[in-house]
Write a protein that binds this ligand. Structure first.
Ligand code: HEC
Length: 153
């Protein structure tokens, strides 16, 4: 009787500790809403596609503010929830480094696009746009099917 009460207290304490540290983590990255809500990788990707379409439109119409706006949303795209990240890490193992490096290609090129949009440098934007799209496609070729089969089962 006494023992199970003790266990209960321990359990509650542990739960509180975990919850508190998760909240702290969420706060420290200022992405609390994203971590607490169940943001899936798929929904992140759907957002990326939407912004890529906007970016394409911006380039075709030479609308530099649209280019800057959409590229900065791609650069700072939401990250999937903690749960998804943990699943991803478990599934990919050391390949996580490769996966992350492809994400970096998309990130770095979109950051550059924002800068070139401010300078109204269309040629440089087009060059980075190509690198960015190659980053999307490279990751999909290597990981999309594998990751989808793990996350969506
Ligand atoms: C680091 C790897 C990686 C990069 C970079 C990446 N994706 Fe993805 N993408 C994935 C994975 C993995 C899936 C499968 C997700 C799933 O089905 O849960 C996916 C799926 C998608 C989907 C399909 C979503 C659906 O509804 O099934 C779209 C659209 C998409 N990505 C767009 C993009 C665009 C646009 C870019 C570049 C701006 C991009 N992705 C860059 C890994 C990546």
């Amino acid at each position: 009787m006494l023992n199970s009460k003790k266990n209960n207290v321990l359990l509650v304490t542990l739960t509180l500790m975990i919850t508190t540290s998760l909240y702290a983590l969420a706060d420290s990255s200022t992405k609390s809403a994203e971590i607490l809500a169940n943001v899936t990788l798929k929904s992140v990707m759907q957002g990326l596609l939407k912004e890529t379409q906007q970016l394409t439109q911006g380039i075709i119409l030479q609308d530099f503010s649209l280019i800057a706006q959409s590229a900065s949303k791609i650069a700072d795209h939401p990250t999937p929830s903690m749960m998804t990240k943990i699943k991803l890490m478990k599934a990919l193992g050391t390949d996580m480094v490769k996966f992350k490096s492809k994400d970096d290609v998309v990130h770095n090129s979109s950051v550059a696009i924002v800068k070139y949009a401010q300078e109204k440098n269309l040629a440089a934007i087009q060059q980075k746009y190509q690198i960015m799209i190659d980053g999307c496609v490279a990751c999909h070729s290597e990981f999309k099917e594998k990751v989808a089969s793990i996350l969506n089962k």
